[in-house]
Write a protein that binds this ligand. Structure first.
Ligand code: NDP
Length: 378
């Protein structure tokens, strides 16, 4: 296909995908400019230079506000391509980041990534309910997959992603940025060595004082993975995993406040095989942010536990776990994940971890809906 034909095809298929994939409020937003006939890429488009080429799939607020800017500071990977259902976003991204015409894809054309040696990794940053299909397609195109949290809607969907990556011999990482944050890593080191003795209690809280999510946006839609528990609660569930270094065996009880179809606040209690009990709470209408592990002789905690900057840890003996670090989490995350691919080393946030957290989330929902204790199948 000639370059100009390819551009025409790209525009047509992006338009088709937009109609298919996006809700009316997203179709309506932003100026409807057609993609330019000539490349908007500046002369100094980035090259490979022993770095992995990353294609961002889904150019929403997290991709635009955090991931693309963070990619400008990575050492081992760079922003090489985009996959989007919104053609009006393409010129700005090409201009700002020097993305080449041939590295721009729609959701219809993304399977052609298989033929593009510039792209090594597809980073999926779309609504949760879409992660499974996009991740499987990226893996089937032979690309490594980075998938945002929460990994998918169900453990079965998570397993499909894991299987597709294994079948295609590509690597998979979940976007759990806290696992790459240095103060959190110092906290995890204390958990691993049980610095304050056997754990006696654990609490995990993550929430913000927002408004009820609008029902015409995916965060307000149950089928799309909206609600506090999937979006913010996954931090509390993952935090308890790295804080206790254990997997829970059951949800003892849970409650969900659901003014519309999604929860705005969820509380839950987890049980562990050794008798430990942990309390979790998450909300999109209430501010809270703390992870605390109590031991026989003291405690260690992260407060706050998961903002983009200023994560801080301390212990009962007054130790502060390093100065709060400003805004490097995503850069560290992507460099760690790129190096793991290049060096064939283990990743910090594997698919099995993402899947185990989704199993906990499903058990919390079941417990809230039935009023019963729910065993967690992992
Ligand atoms: P946004 O709503 O801002 O953006 C989502 C983007 O996904 C859209 O702009 C669109 O991009 C694309 N998309 C593809 N299919 C659909 C669809 N059917 N409906 C709506 N959008 C679609 O969400 P966020 O960027 O805030 O969140 C995206 C993902 O990133 C979620 O999984 C979220 O949990 C995660 N996230 C992670 C954070 C972290 O700290 N790790 C922080 C924030 C979010 P396009 O127009 O290009 O097609």
């Amino acid at each position: 296909m000639s370059k100009s034909n390819r551009r025409k095809f790209l525009r047509q298929s992006v338009a088709a995908a937009t109609g298919l994939m996006l809700p009316p409020m997203l179709i309506g937003c932003g100026p409807k400019k057609p993609a330019p006939e000539t490349s908007a890429a500046p002369a100094s488009a980035p090259g490979k230079e022993n770095k992995l080429g990353i294609a961002l799939l889904g150019l929403g607020s997290y991709a635009k506000g955090q991931i693309a800017p963070s990619l400008q500071h990575t050492q081992h990977c760079y922003l090489a391509g985009i996959v989007t259902g919104s053609p009006e976003k393409i010129p700005e991204w090409q201009q700002q980041y020097g993305v080449k015409d041939e590295n721009v894809y729609s959701y219809d054309t993304m399977d052609e990534l298989a033929d593009n040696p510039d792209i090594d990794v597809v980073y999926i940053i779309t609504p949760t309910a879409t992660h499974r299909d996009f991740a499987v397609r990226a893996a089937n195109a032979g690309k490594h997959v980075w998938c945002e949290k929460p990994m998918a809607m169900t453990p079965e969907d998570c397993q499909d992603i894991i299987d597709a990556c294994q079948k295609n011999n590509v690597r998979l990482s979940i976007g759990y940025r806290m696992l790459h944050e240095p103060n959190t890593q110092a906290f995890i080191a204390l958990s691993k060595k049980k610095a304050f003795g056997e754990f006696t209690a654990a609490t995990s809280l993550a929430g913000y004082a927002g408004a009820d999510p609008p029902t015409d946006y995916w965060r307000g839609q149950r089928a799309m993975g909206g609600g506090a528990l999937y979006d913010m609660g996954v931090y509390t569930v993952n935090g308890l995993r790295y804080g206790t270094q254990m997997a829970p065996v059951a949800v003892r009880e849970a409650t969900q406040l659901r003014p519309t179809e999604v929860d705005v606040t969820t509380t839950y209690t987890l049980e562990y095989a050794n008798g430990l009990v942990a309390d979790g709470k998450t909300s999109v209408v209430e501010e809270m942010n703390k992870l605390r592990i109590e031991g026989a002789s003291g405690w260690h905690e992260m407060d706050p536990m998961q903002p983009y900057a200023g994560v801080k840890g301390m212990t009962s003996d007054g130790t502060v776990l390093g100065p709060p670090i400003d805004g490097k989490q995503q850069t560290l995350q992507m460099d760690d994940d790129a190096l793991a691919i290049m060096q064939k080393a283990p990743v910090l946030a594997p698919g099995d971890m993402g899947k185990a957290d989704i199993a906990v989330i499903r058990a919390i929902i079941e417990s809230a809906e039935t009023g019963k204790r729910v065993a967690i199948m992992s």
